[in-house]
Design a binder for this molecule. Structure first.
Ligand SMILES: Nc1ncnc2[nH]cnc12
Ligand SMILES: [Zn+2]
Length: 322
C-alpha cells in the first residue's frame, strides 16, 4: 500500500489532467455536446493519433483565465490529497494563442491555480512550457522563444510533446538551443511511440537532463548503458504506456529493468483520466505490479525531486519533506 508515501511527479499535461466531472461542467458552461469527447463517462479515443485529437477536444473546453486557474487548482489539490509534495505541469502556450485567449492569459490562469493550491495545501509546482511536435518546427521554436522571454518565475523548463512520428529531433533542435540559452531545464518526449533511435537523437541533439517516457530505449542495451553513464532521468508513465499499447501489459513494461540497470527513473501519470490512472494509482502499481519495495519507491520520488527544475533552496526544502 503506497497511500502513506510522499509523492512527486515531473510529467503531467495540464489539459490531460482534467477530471471528467470538470470537463462535463465546462461542456455545459460552453454548450458543448459531451458526446463529442466522452463515451460512458470516459474520454473517447482509440490509438495514439486519436488520443492527440481527443486531448485537443478536452483542451478546447477551457477557454478563460478562470477556467485554467480552476483546472490547475483542482488537479493540484487532488495531488496534495494523496501526499504529493511536488508537481511539474506541462503546458502549451500555443493552445492559449489558438483559442484566442493569448499565451500570457493562459499562463496567468495556470499560475493563479498553482498559487491557490500552494496556499491551501503546501504543494509546490512548476510550469514546463512545451512545443507540440505535430504543429511543426516553427511552432516549437515559437514556444521556446515564448518560454525564454517569460518572466514568470514558475516557468522553469522546456519540453516537446505531440506526435513523435513527425519529423526528426534535428528539425526541432534549435528550439532547445533557445531554451537552454535562457537557462531553462530541458526534457523531451522521446522513445514513446518511436523506438530507441528517437532517444539517441534526443541525447545527441538536445542533451536533455530528462526524457519524457524514453521507455523504448530498452530496445538498445548500449543506449541503456549510455543513459546510466549520463545520469539522464526517465519520466516513466506506465499506465499511459499500457493504455497507448506501447507495451501490452505491466509484465512486459521495462520500468523494473531500467531501475535494475541503474537508469534513473521516476513515476508519472502523463494524462491521468485519459489513461484510467492517477499518480496515486501509478504509485500503487509500482508496488503491486512491478514489485518495488516502499524504500525503492521512495528512492524514485527522491530521484524526481533531485531532477526537478527548481532552485536549490526549493529542492532542499522538498528533500527535507521526504
Ligand atoms: N503521452 C503523450 N505523448 C506525446 N504527447 C502528449 N501530449 C499529451 N500526452 C502526450
Ligand atoms: Zn507526456
Amino acid at each position: 500500500m503506497t497511500k502513506r508515501l510522499k509523492k512527486a511527479e515531473l510529467h503531467c499535461h495540464i489539459e490531460g489532467a482534467a477530471p471528467p466531472a470538470l470537463a462535463l461542467s465546462q461542456a455545459e458552461k460552453y454548450g458543448v455536446d459531451p458526446e463529442t469527447f466522452m463515451r460512458d463517462g470516459a474520454y473517447a479515443w482509440t490509438d495514439f493519433a486519436e488520443f492527440i485529437k481527443a486531448y485537443d477536444r478536452v483542451a478546447a473546453l477551457f477557454r478563460s483565465e478562470e477556467d485554467y486557474a480552476l483546472l490547475t487548482e483542482t488537479y493540484l489539490r487532488e495531488l496534495a490529497a494523496v501526499d504529493t509534495i511536488y508537481s511539474e505541469i506541462i503546458v502549451s502556450p500555443d493552445h492559449g494563442d489558438r483559442i484566442g485567449l493569448g499565451a500570457d492569459t493562459y499562463l496567468s490562469g495556470i499560475t493563479a491555480g498553482i498559487e491557490s493550491a500552494r496556499a491551501a495545501t503546501g504543494i509546490e509546482a512548476r510550469i514546463i512550457v512545451t512545443g507540440e511536435r505535430h504543429f511543426g518546427p516553427e511552432s516549437v521554436i515559437a514556444a521556446a522563444e515564448y518560454a525564454a522571454r517569460s518572466n514568470n518565475p514558475l516557468v522553469t523548463g522546456f519540453n516537446m510533446a505531440g506526435e513523435e512520428r513527425m519529423g526528426r529531433v534535428v528539425d526541432y533542435a534549435r528550439a532547445f538551443d533557445i531554451a537552454r540559452e535562457a537557462g531553462l531545464g530541458l526534457t523531451i518526449h522521446a522513445g514513446e511511440v518511436c523506438g530507441a533511435f528517437s532517444v539517441t537523437d534526443a541525447l545527441d541533439l538536445v542533451k536533455p537532463a530528462r526524457i519524457g517516457h524514453g521507455v523504448r530505449a530498452i530496445e538498445d542495451p548500449d543506449l541503456v548503458r549510455r543513459l546510466v553513464d549520463l545520469g539522464t532521468v526517465l519520466e516513466v508513465c506506465p499506465g499511459s504506456n499500457i493504455a497507448l499499447k506501447v507495451f501490452p501489459n505491466f509484465k512486459s513494461h521495462p520500468l523494473k529493468k531500467f531501475h535494475e540497470a541503474g537508469v534513473k527513473v521516476c513515476i508519472n501519470s502523463d494524462d491521468p483520466p485519459f489513461f484510467g490512472t492517477s499518480l496515486a494509482q501509478e504509485y500503487d502499481w509500482a508496488s503491486s505490479e512491478f514489485g518495488f519495495t516502499d524504500a525503492e519507491i521512495d528512492g524514485m520520488t527522491r530521484t524526481a525531486i533531485e531532477a526537478a527544475f527548481v532552485d536549490e533552496e526549493t529542492r532542499a526544502r522538498l528533500l527535507a519533506r521526504l
